[in-house]
Design a protein around this ligand. Structure first.
Ligand SMILES: NC(=O)C1=CN([C@@H]2O[C@H](COP(=O)(O)OP(=O)(O)OC[C@H]3O[C@@H](n4cnc5c(N)ncnc54)[C@H](O)[C@@H]3O)[C@@H](O)[C@H]2O)C=CC1
Ligand SMILES: N[C@@H](CCC(=O)N[C@@H](CSC=O)C(=O)NCC(=O)O)C(=O)O
Ligand SMILES: [Zn+2]
Ligand SMILES: [Zn+2]
Length: 370
């Protein structure tokens, strides 16, 4: 079949909207009509050439919601008409990682996914006879896409696509980092570095968990108002502040350091500040941000010797097929907010504007509706 898609032909070039060819689903695969997709900073990071796994030409996008249109042989967990959210972190429930109960990082199809291919080692997309690669196993910047069955969460049909697509990455990552990874407790002091599409969801996760101080740190002063809308109690504009001064202000605000800090910037210097702003003896810093290829984190080992902990989280530690439907329920029952964070809604033709808005710090989440 033919489908309209925004193709990344090359790094650092705008996406091009073209009709691509899409092969139907093979065994264990599902054809999904994407109804809406968010644009996450990770899409921009890959398009900008910062992803060591970045591969072109490809169809980016990993924050979608849509409807199952066709299933391949052997597919049993979804059927045509079901509403689904694609999962860049699948859940096979059979691999060593899934069976361990210790991680959400299913390894069943990770190797081929990282190469932009379906599990059988081929791609379903092509343009003028040339292969186009998949992205994060999702490629939601295409109106129709093919995914493995294990990479689809079936969701309730009354959830609007325009908002539920955000659960495919940003909402789940932010809220999940607090609930699943950090396991923030009532009364904990938390600090969030980077109040964008992910960081604001960390804030609302911290509010949900009953955190005491919820301190937001950003270099964009407009983000103070945004943070306060979702439960932030204090704001620190870190523009021009040294690491030592930023840490000192957080230590003062939290009587010794935070119980939990979260990096949602992807900046490795900020990651160090976040670690050092943790309370001596027990504070834990969670890395969410994705750093540019080649970047490394550093700190004095003494920071760890004296009881600070460094951890990371992917997709908020959520097991997609199990947890995503529950997060959709949380949204539909008013326990979490999504709609105010969707600042821009546009057609596929305008998708490059979404990247411009993000880079200019003018959007929280842009969503493309098909
Ligand atoms: N681990 C995971 O599973 C996931 C990781 N990510 C990553 O999370 C990060 C955030 O993504 P989004 O919220 O979509 O991006 P965004 O662009 O919406 O927000 C980033 C925020 O960080 C702020 N910021 C930038 N530099 C800063 C600095 N030096 N100090 C303080 N604040 C600073 C910006 O002003 C902005 O408010 C990205 O690195 C993204 O790739 C995103 C989704 C999932
Ligand atoms: N491909 C990159 C790393 C990109 C990365 O860390 N992705 C996150 C999700 S970011 C979503 O917006 C993730 O889930 N990572 C786990 C994984 O298995 O990819 C690189 O090579 O550094
Ligand atoms: Zn994302
Ligand atoms: Zn698995």
């Amino acid at each position: 079949m033919k489908t309209r898609a925004a193709v990344a032909f090359e790094a650092k070039k705008p996406l091009e909207i073209v009709e691509v060819d899409l092969e139907g689903p093979k065994a264990g695969e599902v054809l999904v009509e994407i109804m809406a997709t968010g644009i996450c900073h990770t899409d921009a990071y890959t398009l900008d050439g910062f992803d060591s796994e970045g591969i072109f030409p490809s169809i980016l996008g990993h924050e979608g919601a849509g409807i199952v249109r066709e299933v391949g042989a052997g597919v049993t967990s979804v059927k045509p008409g079901d509403h689904v959210i694609p999962l860049y972190t699948p859940e096979c429930r059979q691999c060593k990682s899934c069976l361990s109960g210790k991680t959400n990082l299913c390894t069943a199809i990770r190797a081929t996914q990282g190469k932009g291919l379906m599990p059988d080692g081929t791609t379903r997309f092509s343009y003028k006879g040339q292969p186009i690669f998949h992205y994060m196993g999702c490629s939601t910047f295409s109106n129709f896409t093919v995914l493995p069955e294990i990479a689809l969460a079936k969701i309730r049909e009354d959830a609007p696509f325009q908002s539920s697509c955000y659960i495919g990455c940003g909402v789940t990552t932010g809220v999940g980092a607090v609930i699943n990874t950090a396991k923030v407790q009532v009364g904990d002091n938390v600090v969030i570095f980077g109040l964008g599409g992910i960081g604001l969801n960390v804030i609302q996760g911290a509010r949900l968990a009953g955190a005491n101080k919820i301190i937001g740190v950003d270099i964009n002063p407009d983000r103070e108002e945004w943070g306060r809308k979702f439960g932030m109690t204090d704001f620190l504009n870190s523009k021009g502040l040294s690491r030592e001064d930023t840490v000192a202000k957080i230590v003062e605000l939290t009587d010794g350091g935070a119980d939990y800090t979260f990096d949602a910037t992807g900046n490795t210097d900020v990651m160090r500040t976040a670690l050092e702003a943790c309370h001596r003896g027990w504070g834990t810093s969670i890395i969410i941000g994705v750093a540019e290829a080649g970047k490394e984190i550093a700190t004095r080992p003494f920071q760890l010797v004296t009881g600070r902990n460094w951890r990371g989280t992917a997709f908020g530690g959520a097991k997609g097929r199990t947890d995503v439907p529950k997060i959709v329920d949380m949204y539909m029952t008013g326990k979490i907010e999504i709609d105010p964070m969707i600042t821009h809604v546009m057609g596929l033709e305008e998708i490059n504007t979404a990247f411009d808005l993000m880079h200019a710090g003018k959007s929280i989440r842009s969503v493309v509706v098909f």
